[in-house]
Write a protein that binds this ligand. Structure first.
Ligand SMILES: [Zn+2]
Length: 228
């Protein structure tokens, strides 16, 4: 039987970074109340399975809006991140917020300048993000990036290598590429292996993708018209 422990207000008054739907960016939030719940299933020597959940009521220190944050980690879900000495394994944190701070995200005002097929994927991905459908939003982001890579004739043996090639072509920043590399959905070849990302990670990746779309399709159009 797993051993479950509950601790109240362990993170009271802590400050956490979280997306604010009112401020429309990540801001400092103060924890007003919290419950920490952990489960451990273990023999005397080894841990079989463990999980940690945090439930917090948090308040934006800018606009004072209050929302609910839930996070989940477990001993099975790991990801590999670039560390100072190569690849480090790290536990994945799944985060959810209520009300969803991404709900009121508005799209690019010039999205009608995108190629028709791309505009359609873009609009559907935006609505998946706003509707809190993280699996579909992740797949949509992948489809957008694949389309841009194809249009730009990006070279590379897989999508992550093609993203690096977009950096070489100066259409994507190094920082943007680093964020996209963290999206697990881009590393998996088949959609059915996709695990949901948190809305925060997806929101950040969506920002990167919007900059990419602007740089590749929208700004060149305006430049052509205004500097004839
Ligand atoms: Zn705020």
């Amino acid at each position: 039987m797993p051993r479950v422990t509950l601790e109240k207000d362990k993170t009271l008054d802590n400050v956490v970074d979280a997306p604010c739907g009112e401020c429309k960016r990540s801001t400092k939030h103060k924890v007003l109340a919290s419950i920490d719940l952990s489960g451990r299933e273990e023999t005397e020597e080894t841990l079989i399975y463990g999980w940690d959940n945090e439930y917090q009521i948090i308040q934006c220190q800018g606009c004072e809006t209050i929302m609910f944050r839930r996070s989940h980690m477990n001993s099975e879900d790991m990801e590999h991140v670039a560390g100072p000495t190569g690849w480090d394994a790290d536990y994945v944190t799944f985060e959810d917020y209520y009300p969803n701070p991404e709900k009121s995200r508005t799209g690019l005002s010039d999205d009608h300048l995108l190629p028709e097929k791309l505009q359609r994927i873009y609009t559907e991905t935006l609505s998946a993000l706003n509707g809190n459908n993280p699996v579909l939003a992740g797949i949509g982001l992948r489809a957008i990036i694949e389309t841009v890579c194809k249009d730009q004739s990006a070279s590379g043996k897989n999508l992550l290598a093609k993203i690096d090639n977009l950096v070489d072509q100066n259409v994507l920043t190094k920082e943007g590429a680093a964020i996209l590399h963290k999206l697990r959905v881009l590393g998996n070849d088949s959609a059915h292996e996709v695990k949901p990302h948190s809305s925060v990670q997806l929101g950040l990746a969506f920002d990167v993708v919007e900059h990419l779309l602007q740089g590749v399709y929208i700004l060149p159009y305006h430049a052509k018209r205004k500097f004839k």
